[in-house]
Design a protein around this ligand. Structure first.
Ligand SMILES: [Zn+2]
Length: 317
């Protein structure tokens, strides 16, 4: 069974982790190799010739072709950090090897940093995961459904219980026999227009989309994907339908991964990142030994994100 293949595979053990990333020097070396696998390449002109110098304890690469100077982390999501690289790597290890999501509070405890640093660290890592998964496209057989995140009231007035509830659309590409392959989850109102936006961005026109009777999923027909609609009447009946096993399992796993982990407010405001975190891990679940290295590469490709940008809520219709 697919679940067991995930559960029993070898991950990156703590011993191996510390052998590879246990000191600041080892982390710096890993970062340099991941950023410039074939040796230095100037971020401005691509030139390989460079000189290296140190200023205020920081190492800089000076391009010999153009005036550009760069540090190892400038131009990446690490830019501007005051934390040691080994703390970043420990956070990345925790976030990729745990089955369920790890809260900022838990990171704070495990890493011995203050809550503000832990929160920012986690959100920057999640942002890199979001960027890495941003253009995910599903093809072949695709199960699709809509759902809500959160919704628990935290001190809200009576009758306003849904103010933290965030609508999203989830889709999972499966094998012909319904085994999940890769998934895509997006914060998305459930209107026909918005579901069309989701389908246009994330579902190939050659896909066969399987959904229940909800009218909004007819939107997939707009972008040309073949649409197989299965009317279930919702509720328990739809959960038991074999046609929806992959998507229902995915939504069940998502609920387990995040239940009790996050504060309702964070949930509502940053749902796009929490979904991306789950999606990033799900789509790499068969590669637990390399997932940390893949995350590192994603973090080097993600643009710098200062705190005000991280705290700005996602613009969403
Ligand atoms: Zn240059």
């Amino acid at each position: 069974m697919a679940t067991n293949r995930v559960q029993f595979q070898r991950g990156l053990s703590m011993t191996e982790f510390f052998e590879r990333y246990g000191s600041e020097d080892k982390c710096r070396q890993a970062l340099e190799t991941a950023r410039w696998p074939r040796g230095f390449a100037c971020p401005a002109c691509g030139g390989a010739a460079r000189s290296v110098f140190e200023r205020a304890g920081m190492r800089y690469w000076q391009c010999s072709t153009c005036p550009h100077q760069t540090s190892l982390i400038s131009g990446t999501i690490f830019q501007g950090t005051k934390l040691a690289l080994r703390v970043w790597f420990q956070a990345m290890q925790l976030l990729t090897q745990s089955k369920n999501n790890v809260s900022a509070l838990e990171l704070r405890r495990q890493l011995g940093v203050n809550y503000h640093s832990a929160w920012l660290l986690k959100h920057k890592i999640m942002e890199a995961m979001r960027v890495a998964e941003d253009d995910r496209e599903l093809d072949g057989r695709v199960e699709i459904d809509d759902a809500f995140l959160g919704g628990e009231r935290s001190g809200g007035k009576p009758g306003r219980g849904s103010e933290n509830k965030v609508p999203f659309v989830a889709a999972v590409q499966t094998t012909g026999s319904g085994k999940p392959i890769v998934a895509c989850l997006r914060v998305q109102p459930h209107s026909i227009e918005q579901v069309s936006v989701f389908a246009a961005a994330h579902i190939a026109t050659t896909a066969t989309v399987v959904s229940d009777g909800l009218w909004c999923f007819r939107a997939t027909a707009i972008v040309g994907a073949e649409h197989q609609r299965i009317v279930t009447g919702g509720g328990k009946a739809s959960v038991e339908k074999p046609e929806f096993k992959a998507i229902n399992t995915l939504l069940g796993n998502l609920k387990t991964a995040i239940s009790g982990t996050y504060h309702a407010f964070d949930f509502a405001k940053y749902a796009h990142r929490y979904l991306a975190e789950f999606q990033f891990r799900f789509n790499r679940r068969f590669n637990m030994r390399t997932i940390l290295h893949r995350l590192l590469r994603s973090m080097l490709q993600a643009r710098p994100a200062p705190e005000h940008a991280i705290r700005a809520a996602e613009a969403c219709g």
